[in-house]
Write a protein that binds this ligand. Structure first.
Ligand code: ADP
Length: 663
């Protein structure tokens, strides 16, 4: 007995062991067989209820793809059920056959269905052994008509269920338009529209007789607009659900076109439960954002990829609905934005758009424009005052500068007047003394009279310069043009200074590349300028130095260069020497006499002759002054006047009168 019992026990253990072995060895068909192997590809077949143009579904899919971009092993293949083309048994069977054929050699790890029809289609084939969907995990989205899952289905199915509830949207519409009496529900024939229709009695019951609901249902936009045209009244609002097809070409319409067609028959506001209609003509609505859906679905796919099973991923009931309005249409339908719920998303709202009713918005703009004008005028006033202040300040500086120059001028001129006058007076006194003592020394008297003459010339030159400057500055100086050989004029002028320079121990060398250049020029003014430049060169060149006067022709201009080997001009003073009364050495004890007017007059004279006067200089090396004059021919030939030698000589005497003897 005991033995028997022992064998019975052993038999039980062996049986148990064999059973366990069978369980372990027999391949399981359960969901666990799809468990993750991370190096392996994870194929997700996406079945979209509509075609690829459907906007909301597109948004969901784009977000899913975007979120899964970090998982290259997860591969999405998208197929379109396109129920607007057909939804009967034969159509669905053909679609299934096509998919079976297309994917017979690929292993599908999960199916993601978008909207009701795609989900119904895949779910029907979940346990169909001859279908590619056989026991394949399903992730669904956009399901309105959700039927509870059986226990075995729960092993394979998970996703987001939409809770259909239009009460919140209708309440919102009534809040925004206090005169609304009727609401048209614009539906197509898809599952979602049918669910809305089915739920209508509950809604009617909720709102009692406060609102009348009209169902406008059709597949084609033409039928919908015909119906709306018949029932349109004042105090209506519309809620659009689903997409429509045009009878013209049997093609699904873009949301913007649908709204355009509807707006062509009615003027009441269009609300929606479908995101793409907002920004395409619907004023607002309560919608499920495709982006939010996409994020949730991508997470579910990743969870499956990482080894979870649909049973472990809870179904989400009611996703996050958002109130969205198109800011651009609020005014059109007289909607007060202040009545919108706090968490409303406003699309098309710029940073400077106000959240105010239309009437207040206009007055706010007036107020803002008024303030802007006020601020601008204040700024303008401040700027103007500042400009006025700066102008006054500049005038003051100019007045002070002119005052300074005048004082300096008076000091210089007084000095310039006093020195020659003293010499004249002294010389005259000395001659007078001689006469009183009856001593007639011819040489002595001639020498003193030379002094008198030279210093009288200095006085005359100074007075001439002052008069000329005022003439030039007031525009009274006339130009007397004549066609002459300018080479001859320059040469003659230079020659008259050679002896004088020689007496000072300075050589003057004249050189020209041209023998003759005939041009229209004011001879007297040109001679005056050349003499001024030579006089300066002699003044500021020590004995033993040289002065070169060169003449060139360059294209259509004549260049007259007066170059010396003198003391030069400091760089920082180069630009100032052409200003009137400006001298490099302003001390009363300076070596050279002068009023600081010569160059200023010369520059102006050259510019009257349409030319220019420029300088380059290096301290202790020398200076080069260049006169550039255009070669011009007068239309009517003027007779070259006979040369007036004595006039030129007088001018030489005047110009050179203030040069001190260098010995
Ligand atoms: P001024 O009648 O006193 O000579 P200018 O207007 O002719 O006045 O010259 C102005 C100043 O420019 C002179 O006082 C002198 O300091 C400087 N200057 C003019 N020419 C020369 C030159 N060739 N070399 C050096 N300094 C010069």
């Amino acid at each position: 007995m005991k033995k028997n019992v022992y064998f019975k026990g052993l038999d039980f253990i062996i049986r148990l062991f064999i059973t366990l072995l069978i369980i372990l060895l027999i391949p399981s068909n359960s969901i666990d067989s799809k468990a993750i192997n991370k190096s392996k590809k994870f194929n997700v077949l996406v079945i979209n209820t509509y075609d690829e143009k459907n906007e909301w579904e597109h948004l969901v899919l784009d977000t899913v793809k975007n979120k899964l971009s970090d998982y290259p092993q997860i591969i999405l293949n998208v197929e379109y059920l396109d129920i607007q083309k057909g939804n009967d048994k034969q159509y669905l069977n053909s679609f299934l056959n096509l998919l079976n054929l297309k994917y017979q050699n690929s292993e599908i790890d999960a199916v993601f269905t978008i909207d009701d029809e795609a989900f119904d289609f895949v779910k029907k084939n979940l346990f169909n052994e001859s279908s590619i969907f056989f026991k394949t995990p399903i992730i669904f989205s956009g399901i309105n008509n959700f039927k509870p899952l059986s226990e075995i289905e729960k092993d394979y199915i998970t996703g987001i269920v939409e809770i259909e509830n239009n009460i919140e949207l209708i309440n919102l519409i009534m809040n925004l338009h206090n005169n609304i009496k009727e609401i048209n529900l614009i539906l197509n024939n898809a599952t979602y529209s049918n669910v809305v229709k089915k739920n209508l009695p509950k809604i009617e019951d909720f709102f009692k007789s406060k609102i009348k609901f009209n169902i406008v249902q059709g597949t084609y936009i033409e039928d919908v607009t015909d119906e709306l045209n018949k029932i349109k009244k004042d105090n209506q609002a519309n809620i659009i659900v689903g997409d429509f097809i045009s009878k013209n070409n049997d093609v699904p319409l873009a949301t913007a076109t649908t709204i355009k067609e509807i707006n062509s028959v009615i003027s009441s506001p269009i609300y929606t439960k479908s995101q793409p209609y907002i920004t395409n003509g619907a004023v607002g609505g309560i919608v499920n954002l495709g982006q939010e859906y996409g994020k949730v679905i991508a997470n579910v796919i990743v969870n499956l990829y990482e080894g979870s099973t649909p049973r472990n991923i809870s179904i989400i009931y009611g996703s996050s609905e958002k109130i969205v309005f198109d800011y651009n249409l609020l005014d059109k339908y007289n909607i007060n934005p202040l009545l919108l719920p706090k968490d409303t998303i406003l699309v098309n709202k710029g940073p400077f758009d106000f959240l105010l009713p239309k009437s207040l918005k206009i007055s706010s703009w007036f107020l803002i424009i008024f303030f802007i004008i006020l601020i601008i005028s204040l700024i303008y006033k401040v700027i103007k005052n500042k400009a006025e202040y700066l102008k006054q300040k500049n005038l003051l500086i100019q007045a002070q500068e002119s005052e300074r120059l005048k004082t300096e001028f008076i000091t210089t001129v007084s000095h310039e007047l006093r020195t020659p006058l003293n010499i004249i007076i002294n010389s005259t006194k000395l001659i007078h003394n001689k006469f009183e003592n009856d001593v007639i020394d011819k040489n002595y008297i001639s020498n003193k009279l030379d002094f008198v003459l030279k210093n009288s010339n200095r006085l005359l030159r100074l007075i001439n310069n002052v008069i000329d400057l005022s003439k030039v500055e007031s525009g009274y100086l006339t130009v007397d043009l004549e066609v002459i050989n300018i080479v001859e004029i320059v040469e003659d002028t230079v020659m008259l200074t050679v002896d004088f320079a020689k007496n000072q121990g300075i050589d003057i060398i004249f050189d020209t590349e041209e023998e003759e250049i005939y041009t229209a020029v004011d001879t007297v003014k040109l001679e005056r300028v050349i003499l001024n430049l030579i006089s300066n060169a002699i003044k500021f060149t020590p004995s033993g130095g040289s002065i070169y006067v060169n003449l060139y022709k360059k294209q259509n201009s004549i260049l007259i260069e007066v170059k010396d080997t003198g003391i030069g001009i400091p760089k920082h003073l180069l630009s100032k020497i052409f200003d009137r009364f400006n001298q490099v050495d302003t001390s009363l004890t300076r070596e050279n006499e002068g009023s600081g007017l010569g160059l200023s007059i010369s520059k102006k004279l050259v510019s009257i002759l349409n030319g220019s006067l420029t300088v380059t200089s290096t301290e202790y090396v020398g200076s080069t002054f260049t006169i550039t004059l255009p070669i011009t021919k007068l239309s009517e030939k003027k007779q070259c006047p006979s040369k007036n030698e004595s006039h030129l000589e007088q001018m030489v005497n005047l110009e050179l009168s203030d040069i001190k003897d260098k010995y």
